[in-house]
Design a binder for this molecule. Structure first.
Ligand code: ADP
Ligand code: MN
Length: 174
């Protein structure tokens, strides 16, 4: 079945601005945002704890089951810091947020991450781990990097995505 509204994946290292961007998009479009970490918490969809990254491990299969019908309808913005376990067919476009290391460091410090967690997340950004993961998991032509250092970047990213959504809707005749 063809979706009449697009599904968007917003991914990137923690602190790059995914939830802020997803919320702003949800405010100005008819799209609905799903913060996958929060969704997992609300529905208790965890299956362990990652000691290295110090975060809970999601029960991928259950998350996919729970979101499947909503995703097939379309119009969903998925917000998560990893992207390789979602079905490829779910997304029309993938955005990977990127942030300058020193800016990211300050944002994570505000979250009071400890040294190890801080180091892991900064390294994740330096090695463009999520960008590579996205390029390996989705067609490269639908994967787009977006810089997210400043409020002006945020505003431009919202505009770009809204423009893309309007073009998408036109192209599917909605
Ligand atoms: P994520 O969901 O990727 O972990 P958040 O959206 O929670 O990131 O953003 C982390 C912090 O950084 C928040 O305090 C947010 O206001 C700030 N922030 C995010 N993106 C930007 C940006 N482009 N410019 C300035 N501040 C930003
Ligand atoms: Mn977030």
């Amino acid at each position: 079945m063809m979706r009449t509204k697009p599904n968007i994946l917003i991914t990137g290292t923690p602190g790059t601005g995914k939830s802020t961007l997803a919320q702003e998009l949800a405010n100005v479009t008819q799209l609905k945002m799903v913060n996958v970490g929060q969704f997992a918490k609300e529905n208790d969809l965890f299956c362990g704890f990652d000691d290295k990254l110090e975060c809970p491990i999601l029960d991928d299969d259950q998350i996919i089951d729970e979101l499947e019908s909503e995703m097939s309808e379309g119009g969903v913005i998925i917000d998560y810091h990893s992207c390789d376990f979602f079905p490829e067919r779910w997304f029309d476009i993938v955005f990977v947020l990127r942030t300058d290391n020193s800016i990211l460091y300050d944002r994570l410090a505000q979250r009071r991450y400890n040294e190890a967690k801080m180091k892991n997340n900064i390294e994740c950004e330096i090695f463009q781990t999520i960008l590579d993961e996205a390029r390996e998991s989705y067609k490269t032509e639908i994967v787009h990097e977006l810089q997210s250092d400043t409020p002006n970047d945020m505003e431009q990213n919202v505009d770009k995505i809204v423009t893309w959504c309007n073009q998408w809707s036109t192209s599917v005749g909605q």
